[in-house]
Design a protein around this ligand. Sequence first.
Ligand code: GSH
Length: 219
Amino acid sequence: MSEFIVHGVPGSPFARSVLATLEEKGAPYRVAPVVPGTLKTPEYLAKHPFGRVPVLDHGDFSLYETQAILRYLDRILPEPKLTPSDPRRAARMDQVMNINDWYLFQGVGSVIIFHRVVGPRLMGLQPNEEAIKEAMPKAITVFAELARLLGDQRYLAGDDVSLADLLVAPGVEFFASIPEWSVLGAPHANLVAWLGRIQARSSMKATTWERVAELARAA
Ligand SMILES: N[C@@H](CCC(=O)N[C@@H](CS)C(=O)NCC(=O)O)C(=O)O
């Protein structure tokens, strides 16, 4: 099988989902670091016309959009299966993956995590408290909904880990590191337990910001 090359930036939750999925599959991969500030250059836009990470290269096949990448990996690397066979559980997985992209990331993670973590850490910016405050009502809804859908299951689409957990966990982990967690995640004991469960998996331990930065440096 051709080599998997993941173009990403250390710290990107979407890139981490791809790496964690490859780890779950036990598939070797290489991280090709995208230099911050080059996402909108003609060279990179030829790879990803919207100038984002990640991009997966697999032989002569190049793919962007994290959900598409995760599903591709689950199809070509069937073991262990990361999509439930039960149609309703699979539908929940799909639903949670869309909640991730449309509601957890857009206007919530892209604002709160940007201003609390990414901006200060990578660009030396001060957090924009007003922007964070404005994003909080939507964030509260997102976390309540993730907790409701999780219920008493071990993972978001049932008792086995699925693509939904691997897509959502990197973003949620960022939230667990900021003060807003006390209102967003901490009130939901099941979500806190789920986060601990997924963080204990070797796929998540192998793909922390620091670990991916090491892989990127070694590339
Ligand atoms: N829908 C895209 C979203 C990817 C995305 O937004 N990635 C962020 C990093 S986590 C990015 O590339 N941001 C750079 C930018 O917005 O300029 C996917 O699922 O892959």
